[in-house]
Design a protein around this ligand. Structure first.
Ligand code: RUQ
Ligand code: CUA
Length: 636
């Protein structure tokens, strides 16, 4: 960037405040010019990182570029999204099943040897107990697994193990097991169960299937993290409500001094399953830790812990208790020693509780309401402080807090570049703030979310940019752009769909009784066939192939009045099925702008009324010729 541009950007930004526009409450503002330069991605330039943010109960994942923070794509996962035709074609409709939403919390990029390999991203659905896989070659959801048997409120998910052997899953809301079982709430402490689990991932295809489950005491399992390096083979989950309380948890679950972190030796869990030491419950292989010791332990933790975050070297597990001002660092070595010596302070339902002082490496005095921790490439950790609305930077090893930066406001998760891998990239940190009052121009009572880009290259953290993030920003991950290799088109040769056609002469409408099958081509700027004649009540199947081999030449297929919109990318075939229950004439048209003649890209579905007679639709007019009824359905 030229010096002139730098000056212009800086001047423009400073000008905004000088001219006395509605001022933002400035909490911390460093050198505005420097901030502008370091986040400005000039026209034609590209961002350095992808940011994948959870979309919470929108059921989506949002993709942005860093440092520009520009939102560049939406990946629908658990919710229909007409923008990409997701949830309207046969395949994605079946994948969504009977659900119309999901609660996405923790995106998790697949790993090889503890680093992002950029093949897939897994996400959890906290609400309907599902997990999904997104293919990072085309940024599309390819599989949804679940509802996972026995799991209730899948929150501690979908963190991956270092070679993506498993993605983690856990019950946030303990409940009777299996899910169809009933027990009165008075029996919560004994009849309700927690579950922690590993969902198996096929290393070649990414296909997910049920792995192992472990039945646990009825705590609320919160967040998970997989061991790496020396701790590879282990998984850790924080939990709250050690009291096994019900009702007003705010009070009832804050009686004891400590909660627990569950430490699972997943290699031992894998072996227990192989040795047949499990019960099948609702189709899942479930380990009972009382009957099979040596799989799970409990570690006491500061009250109401939330985040569990293994350090890049895999030597420590950092767990933060929301209700204390410290974050607890456990040493993996010490955990192994304590287990060896059976240095226990008690048990919960037969699961040994390891003595706290035997495994505690440090208690870091980070500040109020610590939630999550991420890491950089210089040996520093960054912990989000919800109550204090700040990020604390501290040194691994000396456990000293070296810097703190206020954020606006109430930060939840934070995301450093590849900050949960064995080789974090440093440079940027993003504060995913829960409440954001006053950071954006007002749009009414719901204030737009704010996430803040923070520079972490220097000694001091620097606030660089206030960005909008779609709700609800739970976790996010940032990955180097070069690691991903997105495809440009679906090559014709790779299309194995038996209903794909590539030549206009193969386009046709076939009838078999009341089943009508259409093989259709979309290419600039036509649909072939451009006329489909059916009878009212026919079951219609349209297989639509976009025969383009030019990137970004998408075509949509919207059918007027039928609530259908599918989108086909270049080289892709999609199928849509519907019953032609509305008689009349309905246009279908291309919904993706594709060429100068995009508007002309249309055709007609002609639905002959049952019984053959009568107008399909009519308008009623009064004696003066004014419209009185817009539409009248033909008699059925
Ligand atoms: S959780 S902060 Cu799933 Cu941390 Cu939202
Ligand atoms: Cu095809 Cu617009």
């Amino acid at each position: 960037m030229t010096a002139a541009v730098v000056l212009l950007v800086a001047a423009a930004l400073m000008g905004t405040s000088c001219r006395g526009r509605r001022k933002r409450a400035v909490i911390q503002r460093g050198d505005v010019g420097e901030a502008a330069v370091s986040t400005y991605v000039a026209p034609g330039d590209m961002d350095e990182f992808y940011l994948f943010s959870s979309g919470g109960h929108s059921g989506n994942i949002y993709v942005a570029g860093v440092p520009s923070m520009r939102h560049i794509a939406t990946i629908p996962v658990f919710t229909p999204y007409p923008g990409t035709g997701y949830g309207y074609d046969k395949e994605t409709k079946e994948m969504l099943g009977r659900y119309t939403w999901g609660d996405v919390h923790h995106p998790s990029i697949s790993q090889t040897n503890g680093d992002y390999d950029g093949r897939w991203m897994f996400v959890n659905d906290n609400a309907n107990n599902r997990v999904a896989r997104i293919d990072l070659r085309d940024f599309k959801t390819k599989q949804i697994l679940g509802p996972l048997p026995n799991v209730s409120g899948n929150h501690g998910s979908s963190f991956v193990t270092p070679n993506t052997e498993y993605i983690l899953s856990a019950s946030r809301f303990s409940a009777p097991v299996p899910r169809s079982a009933y027990a009165p709430i008075e029996q919560y402490a004994t009849a309700y169960k927690g579950i922690v689990a590993g969902v198996k991932v096929d290393p070649q295809t990414g296909r997910m299937s049920m792995g192992w489950e472990i039945v646990m005491p009825p705590f609320n399992y919160d967040l998970g993290s997989a061991g790496k390096g020396p701790s590879n083979g282990w998984a850790f989950w924080t939990s709250y409500n050690a009291e096994r309380a019900t009702g007003k948890l705010e009070v009832t679950s804050t009686q004891k001094d400590r909660d627990y972190v569950a430490a699972v030796n997943w290699k031992a869990a894998e072996k227990a399953i192989a040795d047949g030491k499990y019960k099948t419950i609702d189709g899942a292989k479930v380990i009972d830790p009382k009957a099979t010791p040596g799989v799970v332990w409990l570690m006491p933790c500061a009250k109401s812990p939330h985040g569990a975050d293994v350090t890049p070297d895999g030597k420590y597990i950092v767990c933060s208790g929301k209700l204390q001002s410290i974050t607890t660092v456990y040493s993996f070595d010490k955990i192994q020693n304590a287990i060896q010596k059976q240095d226990y302070s008690g048990d919960e339902d037969g699961i040994p509780v390891i003595r706290y002082d035997a495994i505690k490496e440090a208690e870091v005095n980070v500040g109020l309401g610590p939630l999550h921790t991420q890491y950089d490439d210089q040996g520093y950790a960054y912990t989000s402080l919800f109550v204090e609305s700040a990020v604390a930077k501290w040194k691994l090893g000396t456990w000293e807090v070296v810097d703190k930066i206020p954020v606006s406001y109430n930060i939840g998760h934070l995301c450093a570049a590849e900050g949960d891998t064995m080789h974090p990239k440093g440079k940027y940190l993003i504060a995913l703030n829960k409440l954001s009052h006053g950071r954006h121009i007002s749009v009414g009572p719901s204030q737009p979310e704010a996430s803040q880009l923070i520079g972490i290259s220097g000694e001091k953290m620097k606030l660089l940019y206030d960005a909008f993030t779609e709700p609800e920003p739970h976790y996010a991950q940032m990955i180097k752009v070069e690691t991903l290799k997105p495809i440009e088109v679906y090559p014709k040769e790779a299309n194995k769909n038996p209903n794909a056609i590539w030549d206009i002469k193969d386009a046709k409408v076939d009838r078999n009784g009341s089943n009508v099958t259409v093989k259709m081509i979309a290419v600039r700027s036509n649909f072939e066939p451009n006329r489909i004649e059916v009878n009212q009540g026919d079951h219609v199947t349209v297989h639509l192939t976009n025969i383009e081999q030019t990137t970004d030449e998408l075509h949509g297929w919207g059918l007027v009045d039928y609530d259908i919109n599918i989108v086909v990318d270049p080289g892709e075939t999609k199928t849509v099925e519907f019953v032609a229950d509305k008689p009349g004439v309905y246009a279908y048209y291309c919904t993706n702008f594709c060429s100068a003649l995009h508007q002309e890209m249309q055709g007609y579905l002609l639905v002959k009324p049952r019984g053959g007679g009568g107008p399909a639709a009519a308008v009623k007019r009064d004696t003066k010729g004014n419209l009185t009824a817009l539409r009248q359905e033909a008699p059925r």
